[in-house]
Design a protein around this ligand. Structure first.
Ligand code: SF4
Length: 323
């Protein structure tokens, strides 16, 4: 495999930074013990086993049904439980801000294999067309979306794609690039931990780690983004046995990375986080206690704000402090 760190001509400084941060020589890449995947799976099984009873005690439980655990739900329930519980009750609907990431990842995937000169809007239109041909809820939404929303989606995906193409070097097939990679781990046949990685580059060589998982973000840094990638690293470590080497959140608006190396401690602390969050979700789903509030910056755009005294008080204090 061609090295991620191999030099390439005509890179701008942001692209060069991507190569420098993601590339590594063999000597710099860590090795992981083959038993690690079994230890991580066992740690999840031990942590989640006491919750099998809670799973069947949920008010909406059906016998033997499965609980899906996503990075989003983990982050929400460990943030403000009241907001999490409200959002859990809302039916999922595709909207422009949700769809744009998925379409952009498709356009990035096309750009990797595109043999003609790259024109971002052509790739965006191809990606939109491909996703609209499916037989899934996103395809249904794309087929019926208003012209205004479609134009808004096209514009916002184009913005993401252009920024990606400006900041990243042209991805070579030899780097094993993969977008929207689904990951899934099942525990006790009742819990399904799943997610999709925006972009992965590199590949393990036996027990020698080599893969870098990348989340592409707009907006500012949040500690939550780091936790999201740790969750994916855990799933990939159990799936493959050799964990990813490095995790990188890339802020497209800023052309900046937040990077973290994967260690055994990081993976086991992620197991503990998953277990803790799952217990909270189940305690709330069984009605054993009311949700706690956790006032913070998210109160400003929280859909529960009008009925939440804690959130309103927090924002009043914040506004007072500002003046
Ligand atoms: S307003 Fe703030 S504290 Fe209240 S539910 Fe929303 S996020 Fe939680």
């Amino acid at each position: 495999m061609a090295s991620l760190s191999e030099s390439a001509a005509e890179l701008n400084p942001a692209q060069q930074e991507v190569l420098d941060l993601l590339g590594a020589t063999r000597d710099e890449r860590p090795r992981f013990d083959a038993v690690l995947r079994h230890e991580l799976q066992r740690a999840l099984e031990d942590g989640l086993e006491p919750m099998l009873t809670l799973l069947d005690a949920r008010t909406d439980a059906k016998p033997g049904d499965t609980m899906f655990i996503s990075k989003y739900a983990l982050g929400q329930v460990l943030g403000c439980e009241r907001k999490y519980e409200f959002e859990e009750r809302q039916p999922f609907e595709w909207k422009v801000p949700i769809a744009r990431g998925t379409i952009a990842h498709k356009a990035i995937e096309l750009s990797i294999h595109w043999r003609r000169e790259i024109e971002p809007l052509t790739l965006v239109d191809e990606a939109l067309g491909r996703r609209a041909e499916g037989i899934d809820p996103l395809a249904d939404w794309l087929q019926t979306v208003s012209e205004t929303e479609r134009a808004e989606l096209r514009g916002s995906v184009n913005d993401l794609l252009v920024k990606f193409l400006e900041c990243f070097p042209r991805l070579k097939p030899a780097w094993y690039p993969s977008t929207e990679t689904p990951l899934r781990v099942e525990v006790h046949d009742r819990f399904v931990l799943s997610g999709r990685v925006d972009l992965s580059l590199g590949v393990a060589d036996g027990s020698l780690a080599g893969k870098v998982l990348i989340d592409l973000k707009t907006g500012n840094f949040s500690p939550q983004h780091r936790e999201d990638l740790r969750f994916y690293a855990l799933l990939d470590a159990i799936r493959l046995g050799t964990p990813p080497r490095r995790l990188a959140t890339y802020y497209l608006d800023q052309g900046r990375f937040h990077v973290e190396d994967v260690t055994e401690d990081l993976l086991f602390s992620t197991v503990a986080r998953v277990v803790d969050a799952t217990e909270r979700m189940l305690v709330l789903a069984t009605g054993q206690r009311d949700p706690h509030t956790a006032p913070g910056p998210a109160c400003r755009w929280c859909p529960v704000l009008n009925e939440c005294d804690d959130g309103q008080r927090h924002l009043r204090t914040e506004d007072d402090d500002t003046w």
